[in-house]
Ligand binder design. Structure first.
Ligand code: ADE
Length: 286
């Protein structure tokens, strides 16, 4: 997965994404985190990219042109990286089937796109590169969308600041509007980092076996069961005896019950969307 983040604060993105599991994933080549500094496209001596809002009111608005140039730069880098990746795969695939090799070679040899054609041009998977604007004025990111985004090869993320971004450049470049929650942040960077973190977990190789549990939070809209480790008793609290039995059938059943109970208690709104639970209660036909 290749990310291209258009932002006024690239350091913030690299700092978050360079740490822990995501840092390891980038070092090992499972994800790449690229930033485009919107300020680099300022046309002012002050290097500012904001201006007063038409119609008056408080706050500043990010100008369309620097944002547009930054997104175009991100798309161009994405395209160059896609070509490089196709060439690399073609080289790797010399010993693979002739059909696959021919297709990869054909893609690698495609002529560079012109500025005009880029917008309509789709990725090798047949889709246009998604340009995601992080904003509280959007549907809230959930696990379904995370898994959908993880199927892309690349994502361009646009982070706003101040009161927002001139609407016209959003209309011209953005394919998806995503919020990370119903509250307002100072900018889109933390939203972009949240999205990249959640998406990267689904990129093969990012998580090691011991980091990805089969039955995990949000799978089938259930919260995760509680976890315990040594010691067996801590502050007078004992590990549930079933976990010490070694009976994996029983343990699985207990964990499922705990997950349902926890969801019922903390997030009952999720239960109505649980396919497994619905099937359990009403049968497969209902
Ligand atoms: N930018 C500001 N607030 C945000 C939010 N809640 N989600 C995503 N981006 C944002």
């Amino acid at each position: 997965m290749r990310y291209y983040v258009c932002t006024l604060f690239p350091d913030m993105i690299h700092q978050i994404m360079g740490t822990s599991i995501l840092g390891r994933a980038e070092k090992n080549g499972y994800i790449s985190v690229n930033t485009v500094n919107i300020r680099d496209f300022s046309r002012k001596n002050s290097m500012r990219v904001d201006d007063y809002p038409y119609g008056g009111g408080a706050g500043m608005v990010m100008e369309p042109e620097p944002v547009y140039q930054a997104v175009q730069a991100a798309l161009q880098r994405a395209e160059a990286d896609r070509r490089a990746e196709a060439s690399r795969r073609a080289a790797d695939g010399r010993s693979a089937g002739a059909e696959q090799r021919a297709e990869l070679d054909r893609r690698a040899a495609e002529p560079a796109q012109t500025e005009e054609s880029r917008e309509e041009k789709s990725t090798p998977s047949g889709r246009r590169t998604r340009v995601i604007y992080l904003t509280p004025q959007a549907k809230v990111l959930d696990q379904t969308l995370v898994e959908e985004l993880a199927r892309e090869e690349e994502l361009v993320l646009l982070c706003g600041h101040y009161e927002g971004i001139d609407e016209r450049v959003l209309q011209e470049t953005v394919t998806d509007y995503v919020s990370i929650g119903d509250y307002v942040l100072t900018g889109g960077e933390l939203g972009a980092a949240v999205l990249m973190d959640a998406v990267s977990r689904f990129v093969p190789g990012v998580l090691h076996n011991d980091e990805s549990s089969q039955f995990e939070s949000m799978q089938d809209n259930l919260l995760e069961y509680p976890h315990f480790t040594r010691p067996e008793e801590w502050h007078g609290r004992k590990v549930p005896p079933v976990l010490l039995t070694g009976d994996h059938g029983k343990i699985e059943e207990w964990r499922y019950q705990q997950a349902v109970a926890r969801t019922q208690e903390r997030r009952p709104d999720l239960l109505k969307n649980s396919f497994t639970l619905h099937t359990f209660w009403y049968g497969p036909q209902a």
